[in-house]
Design a protein around this ligand. Structure first.
Ligand code: PMP
Length: 291
């Protein structure tokens, strides 16, 4: 078993080493996965797109009727305290809020005190090899529930989906629901077609990644057409370029899908020009948009 880090975390008003933090076995997060989470990147000890992450946290808490236990300034102060105490410059702050502790029954018991947990870990960005050569992915049927828009801690479907690619030595599983692209097990998926960046529309079948609107902005800056529309399995298989986006992957080129090279002509199996421009734009955004 990997050893547990002794970096500081926050649990229900206390700051303590991560390896010592404990929650009740009757916590609804433990029993039902009844909780909401956020993961936000930190560069040079400064938070990237903090307000966008907080907006999403608030939207998701409202969807499952958990009251936000803190005001935004309090979340910021908590995150900054842990960021300052962590040895790494680049980190990933993780926030989890569960409905709280109660005798086990499915109904949403009212009046519980939500469990609040915040930790930060060193950020593991994609390796230079992954950026320069791209990564392998596999496709699979999206067998998850129909509320993939909720960033909840019930992630067994995503865990099982991710393992399908891990079993093939690939970095992500690209999910198709009834033959239509939804997302990856923990990332959004993008098709480049004739120079345009295409993604599936926002819906209850995929998580609205913070990078969706960010990529729209970066495309605008770079003069790349950006369009959200339903994308079929054929669109995915015929892509000129295929990209993943997430807080930890940033933007990452997929160069092998189900064992076949992605793309056409001289760029077949290689990262393409739209990826290259978006990667550079993303690095600029990191330098300019942290707080
Ligand atoms: N979809 C899923 C299922 C995810 O877990 C993630 C990463 N949290 C994303 C998409 C990408 O979201 P973001 O850009 O906010 O990291």
């Amino acid at each position: 078993m990997p050893s547990l880090p002794d970096t500081l975390c926050h649990l229900n008003g206390q700051t303590l080493p991560l390896c010592d933090a404990k929650v009740s076995v009757l916590d609804r997060g433990f029993l039902f996965g009844d909780g909401i989470y956020e993961a936000m990147p930190v560069y040079g000890r400064r938070l990237f797109r903090f307000d966008e992450h907080m907006d999403r946290l608030e939207r998701n808490l409202a969807k499952v009727r958990i009251a936000n236990p803190h005001r935004r300034e309090a979340w910021l102060a908590l995150a900054r305290e842990l960021i300052a105490a962590h040895p790494a410059e680049d980190q990933m702050v993780y926030i989890e809020i569960t409905r709280g502790v109660a005798p086990r029954e499915h109904v949403m018991v009212e009046g519980l005190t939500p469990t609040v947990f915040v930790m930060t870990n060193a950020l593991k960005p994609p390796s230079a090899d992954q950026r320069h050569h791209g990564v392998a992915c596999v496709t699979a049927r999206d067998f998850r529930w129909e509320r993939a828009d909720i960033k909840c801690t019930s992630l067994l479907g995503n865990v099982m989906a991710r393992q399908l690619s891990a079993d093939h030595g690939a970095v992500e599983t690209i999910l198709l629901r009834d033959g239509w692209l939804t997302e990856g097990s923990s990332s959004n998926v993008w098709v480049v077609h004739e120079g345009a960046l295409l993604g599936p529309p926002k819906s209850e079948h995929l998580l609205e990644g913070i990078r969706m609107d960010l990529l729209a902005e970066l495309c605008e800056d770079c003069g790349i057409a950006y369009n959200l529309r339903p994308l079929s399995e054929t669109d995915v298989l015929a892509a000129d370029e295929l990209l993943l986006s997430s807080a930890s992957k940033e933007v990452l080129p997929v160069t092998r899908l189900d064992g076949e090279p992605v793309g056409h002509g001289a760029l077949r199996g290689k990262p393409g020009p739209v990826y290259g421009r978006l990667y550079e734009a993303y690095q600029r955004a990191k330098r300019e948009q942290c707080m």
